[in-house]
Structure formats: C-alpha cells, structure tokens
Unconditional design. Structure first.
Length: 198
C-alpha cells in the first residue's frame, strides 16, 4: 500500500432521545480525525430544508426495493407505523474507507448488529443518557411526541439498552461536550500514532 492509512468504520447507536445526532454533528466538527458521516437512503419525503444527498438520499419505494434486491445495502429497516424504508448504502462506506476516511454510521441496534456481521472490526459506541428516567424526561421535554409515541420510543429504548453490552464502548451523554470529547478520545486511541499531528 501507499503511505495513506486505511479508513475505519465507526458505528454509533443509542435510544431515541439520547442526543446522539447532536453529539455526532459536534464530533464531525471538532475531532481531528478524517471523519465522514454516512448518508442513509430513505423512501420518506424530504422535510423543509432537507437536501438530497446531504441529510438523506431520497429515493422512491421501487428504487429502494430494487437496490435492496441487488444487495446494495449494508443494512436496512422499515419504520413501523409509517411504512418508510431506511438503509445504509454499501457505496457510502466503501469509497470513503478506500480514501482513508473514518466512516460514521449513526444507526439503530438492529442495523449495527447486521453491519457487524459483515464488518466485525468496526468500532462500536453506544450513547445513552444514563437511565430510563432521564431518557423519559428528555423525550417529554422535547414536547414533540404524543403519549403513544413516547411509550413506543421507551419500549424500543429498553430493548436497545439491553443490547449495549454488544458494543465495544459505552458513553453516557450527561454533558454533550464531555460525551463528544470521550468519543473522540476513543477513536484517537484506535488510530494509534498514524493520524497524530506533531
């Protein structure tokens, strides 16, 4: 190989309300490693301000199903109740990894376990707020979910928290800045000396 280092695959999961999207955004802005967020594909319509290829790759249901049948997804899922499909395209990861990027997949536990079957070397981080009580407080504090939606999210969260031992690292997001620093330090420890600047 030439002098460039191979990229790494990083999986970050956590229950809805754990603040992982905010943490990932700040991690991309502040961590000195060559991080790149994998953009998922979805069949749902763009929300106001969302751009194709930036927040998501927006595709039709038929296109998604064709690409799924062709084996183009590392993992995919249907969000029940809405019927929308979401998935991680292999092309999003392979090109970035080949270019030496550290590709971040922000996906749920089910997706993470599917990716790990294909990439057992991936660095896995589970982010959560510390307790179910704190998670419920945050979900209610958002003021955007119905009681039914909150209960559904809490049920899923309990199931996801039961899987946190399947992840190599666990980070409690009780302070966003501290959580971002901790994840960056974890990743830098995995990088060894090859990405350090003098």
């Amino acid at each position: 190989m030439s002098g460039s280092s191979a990229g790494r695959l990083v999986i970050i999961s956590g229950p809805s309300g754990a603040g992982k999207s905010t943490v990932v955004r700040q991690l991309l802005d502040t961590c000195p490693l060559p991080l790149q967020l994998s953009v998922s594909a979805t069949t749902r319509s763009p929300r106001p301000g969302e751009r194709d290829g930036v927040e998501y790759h927006f595709v039709s249901h038929d296109e998604f199903c064709c690409r799924r049948a062709a084996g183009e997804f590392l993992e995919w899922k249907e969000v029940f109740g809405r019927g929308h499909l979401y998935g991680t395209l292999r092309s999003e990861t392979t090109a970035g990894l080949a270019a030496g990027k550290w590709i971040i997949l922000e996906i749920d536990v089910e997706g993470a376990l599917a990716v790990l079957q294909q990439h057992p070397e991936a660095i896995t981080v589970f982010v959560h707020p510390g307790s179910m009580e704190e998670l419920e407080r945050r979900l209610r504090g958002r003021g955007t979910d119905s009681e039914e939606s909150i209960q559904r999210r809490l049920t899923v969260a309990r199931r996801e928290l039961a899987c946190k031992d399947r992840y190599r690292y666990e980070v409690i997001n009780d302070s966003k800045d501290r959580a971002v620093r901790e994840i960056c330090e974890i990743l830098r420890s995995q990088a060894g000396c090859c990405h350090e600047r003098g």
